[in-house]
Design a protein around this ligand. Structure first.
Ligand SMILES: C[S@@+](CC[C@H](N)C(=O)[O-])C[C@H]1O[C@@H](n2cnc3c(N)ncnc32)[C@H](O)[C@@H]1O
Ligand code: SF4
Ligand code: SF4
Length: 389
């Protein structure tokens, strides 16, 4: 297991490089979405297609396509490369591609559902260790996996986490909280904690705007905004190192006052801030069929990398992103430091970058109420503990 100091040190270096890269307009961070296919069929997924879909397989970039792009991207400054999907490991040529990318010197991180680790992949990871593997944990039982992902994969996934850790590989567990698995939150956390200190849980689900067929844009698995706010606080309670840290965040949140100022009227032509995250400033995403986007959760702006080449595509994406303005309400909102507002969320919730996503405002309101309740409960507990001593 990595030590916390090492993790903080690494995060600080990566943050510093990303800030410098953003100023220089260099794409230091990139994501290659190696496939859209997957052996799971998670109800909330924004991208997946069946593992054996020939139609999608034909449109996927080949190993040589990816390596050509990687060479150009490296010249342009790419250093941190995330491999994702669909499920990257469904590709028969995953090992060939991974080894070639690793030999090019990228710091590789892989997103996986953890169900397809083979002895061939293990062997390859021993030879060329990834910087980290992010394993999604979708439940804490075979039943939850079956209900959410369509597969009874709990045992295989947890074995994968143990295996990777025993090989000395850094593992981050990631969980999206949905209506199908939120009841498992404590058990998921127990498992995560027993394996790694890198744990991520998110109660926010994007509407699957990338999928046109069979999806209405509604995410059937997502929690109501009110529930998502409550789970945000529950997540914080589990993940903060101490009760004091949790109470401190809650107090700061509560200080923002009651009622979200998004109610303000008469905005006229007032403009919001520029996009705040790294997408299109120091990072890019290339979809399984070769389209560069600032982030994989967006559908536009978009540039065809094979037609334009990496440099032109990156320039086009950067130019488009520099024109994005977030909602004016968010600029003045006191909740903004606690709210995950970003360009991709605005686009997928409202179809525009400059329109406030109501779901997020409601989630913030609900989280604030849940924090107030939790703090009251903990203070009562503390008084009782003091009296018992
Ligand atoms: C699309 S998956 C691809 C990698 C791999 N198959 C996995 O499940 O980890 C990448 C990440 O996106 C998350 N994800 C899927 N659908 C989502 C949605 N609608 N909103 C937010 N995150 C989502 C998954 O839980 C996973 O952590
Ligand atoms: S495992 Fe990942 S890619 Fe596959 S369906 Fe689930 S979220 Fe989507
Ligand atoms: S989306 Fe977030 S930052 Fe924007 S108005 Fe709503 S709560 Fe405030």
């Amino acid at each position: 297991m990595k030590k916390r100091d090492d993790i903080n040190h690494e995060a600080a270096i990566s943050w510093y490089l990303s800030q410098k890269a953003a100023r220089a307009g260099s794409p230091v961070n990139g994501t290659f979405e190696l496939t859209g296919r997957c052996n799971f069929s998670c109800k909330m997924c924004y991208v997946h297609e069946q593992e054996n879909s020939d139609e999608w397989k034909e449109k996927e970039l080949s190993v040589s396509d990816w390596l050509d792009i990687a060479k150009e991207a490296k010249q342009a400054g790419l250093l941190y490369l995330l491999l994702t999907g669909g499920e990257a490991m469904v590709r028969e040529d995953f090992v060939e591609l991974y080894e070639a990318l690793s030999q090019m010197g990228f710091r590789l991180v892989i997103n996986t559902n953890g169900s397809m680790l083979t002895s061939e992949i293990e062997h390859c990871f021993k030879k060329y260790p990834p910087a980290r593997v992010n394993v999604s944990i979708y439940g804490a039982s075979e039943e939850t996996y079956e209900n959410l992902c369509g597969r009874r994969a709990w045992r295989k996934v947890t074995d994968t986490v143990r295996k990777l850790i025993s090989m000395g590989i850094s593992v981050r567990t990631t969980t999206v909280l949905t209506t199908y698995n939120c009841h498992d939150i404590e058990k998921i956390y127990e498992f995560d904690k027993s394996q790694t200190s890198l744990i991520e849980m998110t109660p926010y689900l994007f509407p699957p705007i990338r999928l046109k067929q069979g999806h209405s844009g509604e995410n059937v698995a997502r929690l109501s905004a009110e529930e998502a706010g409550k789970y945000m606080v529950k997540r914080d309670y589990l993940l903060f190192d101490s009760r004091e840290e949790f109470i401190e965040k809650g107090r700061r949140f509560l200080k923002t006052g009651t009622g979200c100022p998004y109610e303000i009227q008469h905005l006229g032509n007032a403009q919001g801030d520029e996009s705040r995250c790294g997408a299109g400033r120091h990072s890019f995403w290339i979809t399984w069929n070769g389209k560069m986007r600032p982030c994989g959760l967006m559908t536009y702006p978009e540039a065809d990398v094979r037609k334009l080449g990496f440099d032109k595509a990156w320039k086009q994406i950067k130019d488009e992103v520099s024109k994005i303005r977030l909602p004016y309400e968010c600029k003045t909102c006191k909740h903004s430091q606690f709210c995950n507002i970003c360009a991709a969320i605005c686009q997928s919730e409202t179809g525009r970058f400059d329109q406030r996503p109501d779901y997020l405002c409601q989630m913030s309101e609900s989280a604030k109420a849940a924090y107030a309740e939790a703090i009251k409960m903990l203070q009562g507990l503390e008084k009782k503990e003091e009296a018992d001593e």
